[in-house]
Design a protein around this ligand. Structure first.
Ligand SMILES: [Zn+2]
Length: 450
């Protein structure tokens, strides 16, 4: 009996020692927290955010604190983050914690120039009995609270609704982002041009633009300071062209089967299928073209002189024509036509309208087989309804190179080329770019000498 008691007692004591040992082992762990600046920063502007990700593997985080140090001035970042232990034998449970300190260096009494960020993080380990494991991160950054100064170099900015223009400007310091904001909503990215922080920015107004016409240049330096500058400009109107398009039974029978795969439910109702294609698919395809052209990345002007029109072609429809679709004499739909329809012979060879690089060559719904060429600075041309495509994505092309043949793929009633142009995702009137005089007087005139 006594022996059994002794054995049980021994087991209990050993178990207790084991638990205590285990506790001691985990509570005395030596894994210090890790600290990272996310995102890493090299500069702080007038209003900066210091974002830090702190992690701890063992007992969890107990304290995170930060300072800005310039010369012998030390400013503590507020607040300091303290985390409570869950119980004396446990950690805090905070394995990671994201911290974001909002900082206005001037208000903290710091001047422009070098400054150190110091972050310390401590975990809940019982190492060193009172203090846990302490990690420290130090990073030297530049305080720069002065926004970039913008000097506008271009002077002619008469921009038509559905038309384009070019703004040139020079900055007094390198920037991380610059461009022109139109009507608060559309941002056109500017590209560096030559030396001395000079930038060129192609801009455009949507054809249905109804805003106030506010346009200004924005430039952000690496510290995040934003400089702004206005420029004299005029917004010119656009004459609305009306067009009616009768939709015949024959047309529906010829064209609708191409679109059944998009809306299989409507395979027995061609009129409803047409309405879906003309609205939903058109919107989807236009969005795709805008997306493709918004990602155009060539930063220098590729085009030389006027853009080349399909040879021996006549214009069948214009840019932004308002189309009313009639079925058995009644209006069933309407849409805007976002390009030029050019008709020549059937299966006529289609030349690239200017130099550039192919960034899209694929079937695209109502547009059928479509090629898109990036001409630099965000300017793109599009060629649709092709029966054949002779280029692929990535191909460099010169003005006049044959990129395919006209056809009637997509929602085309007859063989023709649908020729479109976009500036950074905004459809513009190709007629401007087919006109050497317009290019000279609205674009070239604004490019500063290098
Ligand atoms: Zn068209």
């Amino acid at each position: 009996m006594r022996r059994i008691l002794t054995l049980i007692l021994t087991i209990i004591i050993l178990a207790a020692l084991g638990v205590a040992g285990l506790l001691g082992y985990t509570l005395m762990e030596g894994d210090a927290p890790t600290i990272a600046l996310v995102p890493d920063i090299e500069a702080m502007g007038g209003e900066a955010v210091i974002s830090v990700e702190v992690r701890d593997k063992g007992t969890g985080l107990k304290r995170i604190q930060g300072w800005l140090i310039q010369g012998n001035k030390e400013v503590r970042l507020k607040p300091t983050y303290n985390f409570k232990r869950l119980a004396w034998w446990k950690g805090t449970g905070f394995g990671s914690y994201p911290v974001a300190w909002k900082v206005e260096p001037r208000k903290l009494g710091l001047r422009d120039g070098s400054c150190s960020i110091r972050i310390e993080a401590e975990d809940a380990s019982y190492r060193h009995i009172i203090k846990g494991n302490i990690s420290r991160l130090e990073k030297v950054v530049q305080i720069d609270t002065v926004p970039p100064v913008i000097d506008v170099l271009s002077s002619v900015h008469n921009i038509r609704r559905g038309g384009a223009g070019l703004v040139a400007f020079r900055l007094n310091e390198p920037v991380s982002k610059a461009g022109v904001r139109v009507s608060d909503s559309i941002f056109f990215k500017a590209f560096p041009y030559g030396a001395k922080n000079t930038y060129l920015c192609l801009i455009a107004l949507p054809f249905d633009y109804s805003g106030s016409g506010s346009m200004f240049i924005e430039a952000y330096d690496p510290a995040g300071n934003k400089g702004m500058a206005g420029f004299a400009h005029r917004v010119l109107g656009r004459r609305l062209v009306e067009d009616t398009i009768p939709i015949s039974q024959g047309f529906l029978q010829r064209k609708m089967p191409d679109f059944i795969t998009f809306f299989p439910d409507l395979k027995d109702d061609y009129k409803s299928l047409f309405l879906k294609v003309n609205s939903e698919l058109r919107a989807r395809n236009n969005a795709k073209l805008k997306e493709v052209c918004s990602s155009a990345s060539l930063g220098t002007i590729q085009w030389k002189g006027r853009f080349k029109q399909l040879p021996n072609s006549i214009k069948r429809a214009g840019f932004a024509d308002h189309r009313t679709y009639l079925y058995r004499g009644k209006k069933i739909d309407e849409a805007f036509h976002m390009g030029l329809d050019l008709a020549s012979l059937k299966r006529a060879e289609v030349p690239a309208s200017n130099d550039g690089t192919v960034i899209f060559a694929d079937y695209l719904g109502i547009y059928g087989n479509t090629v898109v060429i990036d001409h630099g600075l965000g300017l793109c041309s599009t060629y649709s309804h092709l029966s054949e495509m002779a280029v692929k994505v990535g191909d460099p092309v010169k003005k006049g190179d044959i990129i395919g043949k006209t056809g009637m793929t997509g929602l085309a009633g007859g063989d023709h080329l649908h020729f479109g142009m976009l500036v950074r995702g905004v459809f513009v009137d190709p007629l401007e770019w087919l006109d050497a005089k317009w290019i000279q007087e609205h674009i070239v005139v604004n490019i500063p000498p290098q």
